[in-house]
Design a protein around this ligand. Sequence first.
Ligand SMILES: [Mg+2]
Length: 417
Amino acid sequence: MKRPIITDIRATTVTVPLEAPLRHSNGAHWGRFVRTIVEVETDVGIIGLGEMGGGGESAEAAFAALKSYLVGHDPFELEQLRFKICNPTASLYNNRTQMHAAIEFACIDIIGKFLGIPAYDIIGGKMRDEVGFASYLFFRLPNKDTGAGEVRTADQLIEQALSLKKTHGFTAHKLKGGVFPPGYELEVYRELAKAVGTDSVRYDPNAAFTVEEAVRFAKGIEDLNNDYFEDPTWGLNGMRRVRENTHMPLATNTVVVNFEQLATNILSPSCDVILLDTTFWGGIRACVKAAAVCETFQLGIAVHSSGELGIQLATMLHLGAVLPNLVFTADAHYHQLVDDIIIGGPMKYMGGKIAVPTGPGLGVEIDREKLGTYADLFKTLGGYLYDRDPSRPGWFSTVPNTRWANPDDVSADGILA
Ligand SMILES: [Mg+2]
């Protein structure tokens, strides 16, 4: 049987609206996600799908520039692909890890479609049929068109959590913090934990705290049903100092995102739970390999979300399906979106879980009409500044952050993204 060979690559930037702008310690998602959808074509008629974020910007031009590297490549040759695109020393100049991830997704999709098997059967075979998710709650600015959706107070946050729990069945809740002063967020988080009863909670201020603030915050929440405390401060050394001063497991998606850092974290532990991101780590297979190292050294793992539409979500589901040591629920921004670009519309949560796609490859296909609609929306709205908050002109993030948003300031309502 003739093996497929890559003949072309196409990239389309889309913008899909969020219910409301999502705030985080470094800025915000301004009421929408910008994602670049990648299609890798082959000489056997199979098209593989990939997806990448890019901090609010299009990555189309960068993918177009990869064409000469990819044409003629056999998609089965995944290890060769890694060195062709991001040899670790060559990558000092072009840093293509995330782009490699999107191409790897597409190659795995091609292999699966060619063999007629789902992606999980290519990367180890599934341990479970569905992957559990946490609710992923954000402080939000109001939707600019409807004025609805603001989350600033404890009452608004609890309303968001209970509504998502009712609709999707979540039993774990993650609060993205680092927006308002730590003392305020501590109170709000405690209120949230009380409101969700026996459900577990997790808090992630995106590394905005000093070590001292992180330890103070940890002591203030240690009595709650925490899964873990995620990236309270930045750097392996900072995390190590926090870890020495709390009983809670620390999780990270920022300071252990490659094998060098994973090795350092094993030799001198700073983090207990490694949040595996199929984009940040450079592909699904890198995450599977990292999970095996974590299994060996008995570090915890979970599946991380750096923002996703259905193609990226499929990579997270196939990853989550095959990991024997996956104990914690995954994160997804997915339920904050109003639509998707895959056929059949957004995937559904049932009992807080999403079923792993069982079709060939990643098991999702592009809805061409929606792709066109949301490509047009990107052309209309353009990118956004992921690392700026549209309600705080002139502000930019620092580590440690000392300039918090004011939780009493409702003037933000007038400056909408
Ligand atoms: Mg995080």
